[in-house]
Design a protein. Structure first.
Length: 359
């Protein structure tokens, strides 16, 4: 089995193409659709890189797997699915809970289904399924969100926002219905139960202290050296730490547009819809200037009090413009700096200055 990484330096997200070199079957985990908050522009540079690799290597894309409904970037799953019609889009079955929460928060109405039908497949904990010749095991790893899953494929596990590199720790747990207690059990009872030699591929790398990009560790390394959750840390201690840290974290810059798209399985909101969410709003919550550090749950609730419609216009096949009010918050949107590379670097496009938000 071969794992080809792709890195998005603006959101510090890792996308993986997993390949069976004998059959040339492949699957993609957590593809990114690019979004420029300042100009409200959606484009496909990241998906283009993944598509080019699949075609260049003569691969058959069998599945597009989401580890969860991301709050820091838009998913590119529907773009890939349109380009490779034989592939299906799958996510953990508890996405229904996330959809239910955000149907209420975004006032989507009964027209928005909360049964997961927007995805081709909903996956259950412990399920094993075939993506061509690749066999995937589903491990429920809630904590960051209730719907988070990790994918166990061959000698590797893809942990999404549950477990990061040992020098960074775990994902945040203040997403609506997130849980530090659930994160503790997901990592210690589920992921750390895998053999020590199991390769770990993380969903983000924020390069603490400016170190080069890294995206692969092992379960043994995580158990011994994870700075936030080594195997011998007590649940009480971790939960207290995680809650205190999360209370100091800013909300993700692309929280609002990401959730609108990702709970729809990557389908962009319909601009003709009568509801109030047919736009991608780059503006910060109305309280942002006065309260620069709001909890993630508070931001999600506060942001819906200050909505403005955007109109869609088509520019070219790989770009969609979303016209937005030119608020000071929108102009101040941060795009992180390019990541340093180590070894054979995964493809990434240039990015502008800035540092990432902690998970």
């Amino acid at each position: 089995m071969h794992v080809e990484p792709f890195f998005d330096p603006r959101t510090f997200t890792l996308t993986y193409v997993v390949v069976d070199p004998d059959t040339r079957d492949a699957l993609v985990i957590d593809p990114v659709l690019d979004y420029e908050a300042g100009g409200a522009i959606v484009s496909t540079e990241s998906v283009d890189q993944v598509s080019a690799y699949l075609r260049r290597e003569g691969l058959t894309l069998r599945a597009i797997l989401e580890t969860h409904a991301h709050a820091d970037h838009l998913t590119g799953s529907q773009v890939l699915r349109a380009r490779f019609p034989g592939a299906f889009v799958a996510i953990g079955e508890r996405i229904r809970e996330v959809q239910s929460v955000f149907r209420q928060i975004f006032e989507l109405g009964d027209e928005f289904a909360v049964d997961g039908r927007q995805f081709d497949r909903l996956l259950t904990d412990g399920e094993r399924f075939a993506a061509g010749s690749l066999v995937v095991g589903v491990i429920a790893t809630p904590g960051h969100t209730p719907a988070c899953v990790s994918y166990h494929i061959g000698d590797a596990v893809f942990t999404g926002d549950a477990l990061f590199m040992p020098d960074y720790g775990t994902g945040r747990c203040d997403f609506p219905r997130g849980s530090a207690e659930a994160m503790y059990h997901s990592v210690t009872a589920r992921l750390y139960a895998l053999p020590d030699e199991t390769r770990v591929f993380v969903g983000h790398d924020y390069q603490p202290n400016g170190r080069p990009l890294a995206f692969e560790s092992t379960i043994g390394e995580e158990r011994r050296h994870n700075v936030q959750l080594p195997a011998d840390r007590s649940e009480e201690d971790f939960v207290a730490f995680r809650r205190a840290r999360d209370a100091k974290l800013d909300a993700p810059k692309l929280l609002y547009p990401s959730l609108q798209v990702n709970i729809r399985a990557g389908h962009l909101p319909d601009p003709s819809s009568p509801d109030k969410t047919s736009f991608l709003n780059p503006a910060a919550p109305p309280l942002a200037d006065r309260r620069p550090r709001l909890s993630l749950a508070t931001v999600v609730i506060a942001i819906v009090t200050d909505r403005s419609r955007l109109a869609f216009t088509e520019a070219r096949p790989t770009r969609r413009y979303l016209h937005a009010p030119r608020t000071s918050a929108a102009r101040a949107a941060v795009t992180p700096s390019p990541a340093a590379r180590v070894g054979r670097a995964p493809p990434a496009r240039p990015a502008r200055g800035g540092r990432p938000r902690a998970p």
